[in-house]
Ligand binder design. Structure first.
Ligand code: PXP
Length: 244
């Protein structure tokens, strides 16, 4: 079985629409865990548009599954991660104007910086993960900077215009997953995945963890958080069943 990490950012998005106390991302995380999620992910953005610093503290204390903190590789966030000590740190590129993370990190243009950040994170016993596009050059650079794992950006696949394009992007993902796994990196994936699109990704044998948020939170409005997580777990299981 692949591990499902549920990203609860958009529970906080609804709360921040009114700057009140509800809905509470920790309560959503606890329900996701109850439904079988293997971990919880939250992205503390520099502009604090959804998750707030206090959420990160409460999640760290409240969740019982591994806690994955997504963040930009800037000093402020690195200090927060070193204090809070999540189980995983996933470094992502961040632009203030973007609606969501738009692409993977370009490791090649910041190898020295990422090596330094990675060293500090790993020294605290935190898993050091990098969000990259399924590109062989980014995979080998991730290995050079000392990453424990890489998370492949499935955004392009999720948005593919037709089945031909989806097939091609899946083939690229599968090849990059083989390369990463072969070089000793743990292989994760996520972004834009739905109950349907997740299946072909889960069918790639090297992938051991998925980070999924928007679709699960969206479905939870209609069916509840526990049911929404359960639906996703069933879809993932179907995908794993398709593995060669
Ligand atoms: N992985 C990373 C690195 C992300 O930035 C996000 C979005 O915060 C996700 C996974 C989850 O994407 P989605 O919310 O589209 O499922």
């Amino acid at each position: 079985m692949i591990r499902l990490f549920v990203n609860i950012d958009h529970v906080a998005t609804v709360r921040e629409a009114r700057k009140t106390l509800e809905p509470d991302p920790l309560q959503a995380a606890l329900l996701a865990e109850k439904a079988g999620a293997h971990g919880i992910t939250a992205h503390l953005r520099e502009d604090r548009r959804h998750i707030q610093d206090d959420d990160i503290k409460r999640l760290r204390e409240g969740v019982t599954t591994p806690f994955n903190l997504e963040m930009a590789s800037v000093d402020e966030m690195v200090q927060i991660a070193l204090n809070i000590r999540p189980d995983q740190v996933s470094l992502v590129p961040e632009k203030r104007q973007e609606i969501t993370t738009e692409g993977g990190l370009n490791i090649l243009e910041q190898e020295r910086h990422l090596s330094e950040v990675g060293k500090q994170i790993k020294q605290k016993g935190i898993l050091f993960s990098l969000f990259i596009d399924p590109d062989p050059a980014q995979v080998t650079a991730s290995k050079r900077v000392g990453a424990d794992s890489i998370e492949f950006n499935t955004g392009a696949y999720s948005e593919s215009a037709n089945s031909e394009e989806a097939k091609e992007l899946l083939a690229r993902l599968s090849q990059a997953a083989k390369l990463a796994h072969g070089s000793g990196l743990r292989v994760f994936a996520g972004h834009g995945l739905t109950n349907d699109s997740v299946q072909a990704v889960a069918a790639i044998p090297e992938i051991e963890e998925l980070n999924i948020g928007h679709h699960i939170v969206s479905r939870s409005i209609f069916v509840g958080m526990e049911e929404s997580v359960k639906e996703m777990l069933i879809s993932i299981k179907k995908g794993v069943g398709l593995r060669p």
